[in-house]
Design a protein around this ligand. Structure first.
Ligand SMILES: Nc1ncnc2c1ncn2[C@@H]1O[C@H](COP(=O)(O)OP(=O)(O)OP(=O)(O)O)[C@@H](O)[C@H]1O
Ligand code: SF4
Ligand SMILES: [Mg+2]
Length: 375
């Protein structure tokens, strides 16, 4: 990990103007010393970045669920720690990617972010305002600016409504504008997502998967959101149309200046479209930083294993796949110390005792590993 990556880290946070332009000139992968942005300039850019207000801030979000630990009527209940102490910021016009294996807490984090699931502790600040509890009138107002795109477009749509009615519906619910104005706006948004008159009067089952996801997007966009939370938005789609939907999301983001939280198993897409990436393991963020740094030089042993599964992400390096032993531990019975120690090829006795916290490395990246932090 070297200085040029600090420039890339900054690039993830700066929203516009000087910082962005200056950092565009910074090297975008582990570069040479002469391409390094000098320290004084970096310090200045860091200051500028910190002055930019995030659109959304998640602060130490934690969510525990009470679950039945054993089968049967008298089965004991236990606490499942789905999300623990998760913090991040999403900036307008920028995308934060959230990755990690199944069950690590990505969707729960997405729901906490929108206030759909109440946190056990921690909070969310949207545009400088603490997000109130769900069903509170103010939450309903703020929720209009924060929309969700789910994995399964068919499940997200009402099978009984035509495309035009689906897209109009959110405006109808909030009685926004006159009926002709709503229809006009719905047609406008549908055209923005690439659906024309031929699709307006069809039902969801009469559309392709990609067309359905476009309707879902139109439904979200009609509320003119400022934040889009995308939970595996392309994984249910045919590979041939995944790229189209990604391109559309990026066009929409540019047009609306949307902040995006993007959850995906597809690390190549995450690297391509995200400005910052957070890697989760068993409910915690274990590494967070700009994708170019994170994928080129993964610091956490878990990130290293994830990245090694995709050879093409390690350009110019001899590829060696890191195979993790065993399954992830049961989230109702987490291991002591570092939760990853049962599978970590670098684990020591200390890892069994002590729980690592996220530490900031010299390049600005954050990593929760006793061996990286003390290196
Ligand atoms: N309502 C709930 N009640 C009890 N446990 C839950 C609930 N929702 C989620 N969980 C548990 O919380 C953990 C995290 O689930 P979550 O859906 O957030 O994972 P995920 O990372 O989105 O997984 P996937 O990649 O499979 O979608 C899992 O162990 C899951 O079983
Ligand atoms: S703290 Fe120890 S077990 Fe955890 S990731 Fe680091 S080396 Fe592995
Ligand atoms: Mg999920």
């Amino acid at each position: 990990m070297n200085a040029p990556l600090a420039g890339a880290e900054l690039l993830t946070r700066a929203s516009a103007g000087t910082a962005d332009r200056a950092l565009d000139a910074a090297p975008t992968s582990a570069g040479t010393a002469d391409s390094t942005v000098d320290d004084a300039r970096l310090a200045l850019l860091l200051k500028q970045r910190d002055a930019i207000k995030p659109l959304l801030e998640a602060r130490s979000l934690t969510r525990h669920f009470r679950v039945r630990a054993r089968e049967g009527l008298f089965g004991k209940s236990a606490t499942l720690k789905a999300v623990s102490d998760v913090s991040f910021k999403v900036y307008a016009g920028k995308t934060l990617g959230l990755v990690g294996e199944s069950g690590c807490g990505k969707s729960t984090t997405a729901r906490l972010t929108l206030g759909l699931t109440p946190p056990t502790s921690g909070d969310v600040v949207f545009d400088g305002e603490a997000l109130p509890a769900r069903r509170n009138n103010r939450w309903r107002e703020l929720r209009q600016h924060m929309q969700m795109v789910y994995q399964d477009p068919l499940g997200a749509l009402d099978k009984r409504l035509t495309v035009l009615s689906q897209v109009c519906e959110p405006l109808d619910i909030f009685a926004m504008g006159t009926p002709p104005e709503r229809l006009h706006r719905a047609r406008e948004v549908l055209s923005e997502v690439g659906l024309n008159e031929a699709h307006w009067h069809r039902y969801p089952h009469e559309l392709s998967g990609g067309q359905r996801q476009r309707v879902v997007l139109a439904r979200a966009l009609i509320m003119r959101p400022r934040l889009l939370v995308c939970d595996e938005p392309i994984s249910a789609l045919d590979v041939s149309i995944q790229a189209q939907v990604i391109n559309l999301l990026q066009d929409i983001q540019r047009q609306y200046g949307l902040g995006m939280l993007f959850i995906s198993h597809d690390l190549k897409v995450v690297r391509q479209i995200c400005d910052e990436v957070a890697v989760m393991y068993l409910g915690r963020i274990v590494e967070q930083g700009p994708p170019l740094a994170l994928f080129a030089e993964p610091a956490h042993p878990y990130t290293q294993a994830l990245v090694s599964a995709i050879p093409t992400l390690q350009r110019g390096k001899r590829h060696q796949r890191i195979l993790l032993q065993g399954d992830p531990p049961n989230p109702i019975d987490l291991p002591s110390g570092c939760a990853f120690h049962t599978r970590c090829p670098m684990a020591t006795e200390q890892c069994r005792q002590q729980s690592p916290t996220l530490q900031t490395l010299p390049d600005g990246r954050k990593v929760a590993c006793l061996r990286v932090a003390t290196a």
